[in-house]
Design a protein around this ligand. Sequence first.
Ligand code: GDP
Length: 328
Amino acid sequence: MHREIDRAARIYVAGHNGLVGSAVVRRLQAAGFKNVLTASRQQLDLRDQGEVSHWFKANRPDYVYLVAGTVGGILANSTRPAEFIYDNMMIHGTVVHAAHEYGTKKLLYLGSSCIYPRQATQPITEDQLLTGPLEPTNEWYAIAKIAGIKLCQAYRRQYGCDFISAMPTNLYGPNDNFDLNSGHVLPALMRKFHDAKLAGAKSVEIWGTGSPMREFLHVDDLADACAFLMENYSDDSHINVGSGLDLSIHDLAEKVRSVVYPESELHFDKSKPDGTPRKVLDVTRLRDLGWAPKVDLDTGIRSTYQWLLDQQEVMNTPRGMQTVQVDG
Ligand code: GDP
């Protein structure tokens, strides 16, 4: 089913300042969409149903990319469980409900690959959802994300809403969170190698054993997949979005080292958690629909590091930006 979206349609990107939302906005603008709607946190608290319903009533989006959320890496997930479960459950609840109330034609909800059981068979097919216990380091976030999928299905079943869900693998790219405590592994490592290079430090600390396996997708590929799904997917079931390729954290660290600071050495801090041992998505369904990623990991690491360097240059100029957006 291919249904081309009118380039004049009103399209709301919830979470437009984050890693994913900013990429979706770039993608939509590049495709010629003229009415891309956004609202800052100051303008609209997505956890507040009254505010969200009011905003939908005033702005009447035809299509919604629900890519907002409180997100973070393994440490943030395990130390801020209340924020991760509350914020995400509320954001999904308010936006999905308002989209139904005010006649949104289609909504795409973005989950995460951490919704799957810790011991899922690899690569992970969509039908493994709710077949076993979750990884404890991110179960709060995962429960909220699972509730979001079910929310879309429930509104589809009861009210006939065309609400779909996509589950992306680990993402990276421009506007990522480069904070060492709250960020995910790829931006955190990039920043650690970069800081070590500036400080002339030899050794860079990698959390855990380095043996966990992770899959990565550049956020521009994810944004492209989201736009593709809006026009080509309309199913009750969620759909995986990934590259289908994984590597160990050790190998990832080697790649980042070779781009950022080849003279450094890796030091593994085994007192830090490894998290789930392996997490690679089965992307057969998406590939069968005709979509595949374009950015390979080596190219993506190089271009993201260049983006980080450019940002720092902007920040270091007197009239430059003072902050880098850090979360979704
Ligand atoms: P996860 O995919 O939900 O486990 O989240 P992360 O991206 O935060 O972590 C992925 C893996 O990278 C885990 O095994 C971490 O222990 C490991 N890792 C190694 N160094 C770092 C680091 O500096 N920051 C983060 N966030 N993870 C790291």
